[in-house]
Design a protein. Structure first.
Length: 104
């Protein structure tokens, strides 16, 4: 009696398990890919702020590092500080907001 079926299943499971393990390591972002994502997030946050009539000409500076968006500059009210952060949070990829906006 031959019993190769069980060996083939075990070998297949090991191969699939090994592939899954390698994919997790390969999915780690490289510095270049993280920089590209951060640049895209920055551009999208700037676009979202520019699309909002309150912030269109506010001159808010946006910088992103590892998905953390920093807002800086001056706005007219405390409500605008909170609203700018709310607009930035709507952008895909934003992990958190560092809100350094100040009142004029």
């Amino acid at each position: 009696m031959r019993r190769h079926g069980g060996t083939a299943i075990l070998l297949g499971a090991l191969l699939l398990g090994g592939t899954t393990g390698c994919a997790a390591v390969d999915d780690a972002p490289t510095p270049a890919s993280q920089a590209q994502r951060d640049a895209r997030i920055t551009a999208n946050v700037r676009a979202a702020l520019a699309a909002d009539p309150v912030f269109r000409n506010a001159g808010i500076d946006v910088a992103t590092s590892a998905g953390i968006v920093q807002l800086s500059g001056f706005v007219g009210s405390a409500e605008d500080v909170a609203a700018a952060a709310a607009v930035a949070r709507t952008v895909q990829g934003v992990q958190s907001i560092r809100n350094d906006l100040r009142l004029k």
